[in-house]
Design a protein around this ligand. Structure first.
Ligand code: PEP
Length: 251
């Protein structure tokens, strides 16, 4: 079986200001910089990326963005392009369900964002996941297969890609998926990657996201197709984030 480096990616969402993002980044640095064998990523809001990026420069902790525009430049008021982010971040979250829901982002747009990021040398973390209605109707597998395939449309840079399976109903709800549900869907994600990429599927990290904490992470990361976690709430507490990193390092 291919050994993939575990990934713990923290999505700070619309939380922290300059001062608190500084404090959080410094605490995370102190608690996790020495931990090896885990890819550590923090994704602050745009306005604090430069600050956090400077603080973490030269450390083992990578900085990511939470969104990117798919266009290279131009009249897109309030938007941020991949080339603006390049040099500041290594990764960017695209297709998070909150953006799909509140900003109406389609998988076609997500695919364009992933390609724009990739072209700028930034690794996209492509999120996919079904709503509770879709799960209850028994269509989760076909929905996620389709959503991820569309989100990966004409993507080619398979060496630099992370996929996150995040059931919408588990995000921020305190009701995580079971490890069986998460493994089943992570395997589906990997099959989609295999169909599109050929032999690269075994090297792409597939994460689980949705109410992950230091108590339940082992259930997920112990699954054969789950290579770590994309975490929201737990990434805003340095000690909790650090626990996730330390646990992931043992896999
Ligand atoms: C997320 O926003 O990607 C997420 C998984 O959030 P939480 O960990 O808070 O459920």
């Amino acid at each position: 079986m291919t050994k993939r480096t575990p990934v713990i990616a923290g999505n700070w969402k619309m939380n922290t200001d300059i001062k608190s993002s500084r404090e959080l980044a410094l605490q995370i640095l102190e608690l996790t910089d020495e931990v090896t064998g885990v890819t550590k990523i923090v994704c602050p809001p745009f306005v604090t990326i430069a600050e956090v990026s400077e603080l973490l420069h030269g450390s083992s902790i990578q900085v990511g963005a939470q969104n990117v525009n798919s266009n290279p430049d131009g009249a897109f008021t309030g938007e941020i392009s991949a080339s603006m982010l390049s040099g500041l971040v290594n990764t960017v979250i695209v297709g998070h369900s909150e953006r799909r829901t509140y900003n109406g982002e389609s998988s076609v747009l997500v695919a364009a964002k992933a390609k724009a990021a990739s072209k700028a040398g930034i690794t996209p973390i492509i999120c996919t996941g079904e709503s509770i209605n879709i799960r209850d109707s028994g269509d989760a597998v076909s929905f996620v297969s389709h959503q991820l395939s569309e989100s990966l449309e004409s993507f080619t840079n398979w060496e630099s890609l992370i996929v996150a399976y995040e059931p919408v109903w588990a995000i921020g709800s305190g009701q995580a998926a079971t490890s069986e549900q998460a493994q089943e869907m992570a395997l589906i994600c990997r099959q989609v990657i295999r169909e599109l990429s050929g032999n690269m599927a075994d090297s792409v990290p597939v994460l689980y996201g949705g109410s992950v904490n230091s108590v339940n992470i082992s259930e997920f990361i112990g699954q054969p197709d789950i290579d770590g976690a994309l975490v929201g709430g737990s990434s805003l507490k340095a000690k909790e984030y650090s626990k996730l990193v330390h646990i992931a390092a043992t896999y």
